[in-house]
Design a protein around this ligand. Sequence first.
Ligand SMILES: Cc1cc2nc3c(=O)[nH]c(=O)nc-3n(C[C@H](O)[C@H](O)[C@H](O)COP(=O)(O)O)c2cc1C
Length: 211
Amino acid sequence: MREPWVVGVSGASGTPYAAAVIRGLLDAGEAVDLVVSRAARLTIMDETGRPFRDGHWERDLTDWLGRDLSGADVRHWAAGDLAAGPSSGSYPVRGMAVVPASTAACAGIAIGLSKDLLQRAAEVNLKERRRVVVVPRETPVTRSHLEHLIALHDAGAVVLPASPGFYGAGAAASGAQLVDFVAGKVLDALGVGHDLFRRWSGDLGAGHRSR
Ligand SMILES: Cc1cc2nc3c(=O)[nH]c(=O)nc-3n(C[C@H](O)[C@H](O)[C@H](O)COP(=O)(O)O)c2cc1C
């Protein structure tokens, strides 16, 4: 039975995190069901210069990820399609990552708004007690945002802020390394193997010495 991970891309800055998580899942041989919110089309356009269109999702995703998708198990669901597979708890999925997660998506998921398929799928995965990882990207934050994150935590989600560590790569870490650090932490939280960052070895300064 096919059991994909749902990847929900909401309209926060940080679309490279989403691309890195999707690439990591596919590299690990995992199946992906992709939901891109309406607002995320703006952030993808802003951060990559490329459109993401429901009608051309395969071509647009190929361009966005920078890789050939033949052989990859990816399915796309339109964010407005509230009858889509991931809108039901009986549709088999392993869990979900919301990456990046806007304050609006965090709020909507926390209060069960289900205003689109992304929010509904996240709520379904929480109620089914599956792994859900939420990657908020906003700073500074309001009390209300913090409260929504606590509600998500209490509902069983792993709240994993887009907050890259510099250990391993050091102060000269590239943007891609920082993105991979966050994506790797998401894959860790999902229990999916990866080689996206060098793990802490207990050897202080090892990253610097090996460069
Ligand atoms: C270019 C751009 C960047 C944005 N960056 C963020 C952000 O980093 N964090 C955030 O919470 N919202 C951000 N927003 C606002 C969200 O897109 C907006 O709140 C939207 O309603 C979120 O909808 P969604 O959760 O359905 O994707 C950004 C919007 C645009 C157009």
